[in-house]
Design a protein around this ligand. Structure first.
Ligand SMILES: *Cc1c(COP(=O)(O)O)cnc(C)c1O
Length: 386
């Protein structure tokens, strides 16, 4: 995989648009045909033809080619959000009476899709602890059609042994789907490990600037054709040409952003692990991480997210610490240029006298700022709760 070629040149047919270096935003809903025969052949190959922008659009198509190649997949689809990509991948592969096995603590809307939404249509799910591969074997039923993985997840970072789960699924002819948002296709080679469908919240690292919501799905030609003709065209959760253009622009800097984020994150994790006011840190590439060996085996890159449990006596102290940070914005999401915090205490009642386990957990996301600024900000906040 020549990442540099894919990002800078693949799919860009510059002679077709005035030798412009940057691709055009083909802001059109519709395309005309010069004769009946060309229209007929368009219909025969709809996912690659230019007929109507709810299907395929030339600006979106450049993006599809690049993200498929980056993942080592045959083809890809782009959606208007990560959850649209996730829902399409799942719904295209189940019907009434079918069953899905999914790992515990997936992204919240994946959980709601499987446990609230799809049961309305007779599709059920079993949630398992995916850190032990045997739990997949035990949960599979005769009507199981999908094993849904998310490795690592985005708060506590549990991993699944991807190659081992793929082996089980292939023996039983079950489709595997992985949410690979944490690592991106550059950081974890899911398709090469045998996963059938890789999905992403492209809002995170792929977009990288906190200004576009988008979703990616990478798979085989046959699977993409199936999803295109059903969930993509029926639900219509497509990306606009303009947003696809922004996502192409973001892709140019993906590898250098990931490199910088990893460097700074390692510094920040090191700082937190040695800090006397920190109880523990969860980060998959830390030697203390419970699944460190597996992380080293199957991940090429570890991201900007880690969770630190700070030494705070109560929720009020956690709040004081978080409210004192100036360089970290308090917000959901991650993957952009700006560093963020998400305290678990925000999900708990204020002034809880007997805080639940994890009340002192704070998820950090490290963006593109420099490590010194971020550390001195943390140091100031720690002093407030000394
Ligand atoms: C944010 C996120 C999603 C949802 O993506 P959207 O682009 O917000 O729809 C899915 N999975 C993970 C792991 C996420 O972090």
């Amino acid at each position: 995989m020549d990442i540099s070629y894919i990002i800078n040149h693949l799919g860009e047919e510059r002679e077709q648009y005035f030798n412009a270096v940057a691709p055009p935003v083909i802001q059109t809903s519709n395309f005309f045909f010069k004769d009946v025969d060309s229209l007929r052949s368009g219909f025969a190959n709809e996912q690659d033809a230019h007929i109507y922008t709810r299907g395929n659009n030339p600006t979106v198509e450049i993006l599809r080619k690049k993200i498929a190649a980056l993942a080592g997949a045959e083809d890809a689809l782009v959606f208007s959000s990560g959850v649209a990509a996730i829902a399409a991948a799942v719904m295209a592969n189940v019907q009434q009476g079918d069953h899905v096995v999914c790992v515990n603590r997936p992204y919240s809307w994946t959980n709601k899709l499987l446990n609230n939404y799809l049961p309305r249509f007779g599709v059920t799910a079993t949630m398992i602890d995916g850190t032990d591969t045997a739990n997949f074997v035990n949960a599979i039923k005769p009507n199981t059609k999908i094993l849904f993985l998310e490795s690592p997840n985005s708060f506590t970072f549990e991993l699944q042994d991807i190659a081992a789960v793929v082996k089980i699924a292939k023996e039983k002819n079950i489709v595997t789907i992985i949410d690979n948002s944490y690592c991106t296709s550059l950081g974890q080679r899911c398709i090469e490990m045998g996963i059938d469908i890789e999905v992403h919240s492209a809002t995170k690292y792929y977009g990288g600037h906190s200004d576009v919501v988008a979703g990616y799905l990478m798979s085989s030609k046959a699977m993409v054709k199936k999803i295109f003709a059903t969930e993509l065209l029926n639900m219509g959760a497509i990306i606009s040409p303009n947003d696809a253009w922004l996502m192409l622009r973001s892709l140019r800097t993906l590898p250098i952003r990931l490199e910088k984020i990893k460097d700074t994150t390692e510094k920040m994790v090191g700082f937190m692990e040695l800090h006397p006011q920190v109880e523990k840190v969860l980060y998959p590439f830390s030697k203390s991480f419970p699944q460190y060996a597996l992380a080293q085996k199957q991940m090429q890159w570890c991201g900007g997210l880690f969770t630190a449990f700070i030494k705070a006596k109560n929720i009020a102290e956690v709040e004081l610490f978080c409210n004192s940070l100036k360089r970290f914005l308090m917000a959901v999401s991650w993957g952009g240029h700006e560093s963020l915090i998400m305290p678990a205490a925000a999900f708990m009642a204020k002034n809880n006298d007997a805080p639940a386990y994890g009340y002192n957990a704070i998820r950090f996301y490290i963006g593109l700022e420099n490590a010194e600024d971020l550390t001195s900000d943390l140091q100031n906040a720690f002093r407030k709760i000394e």
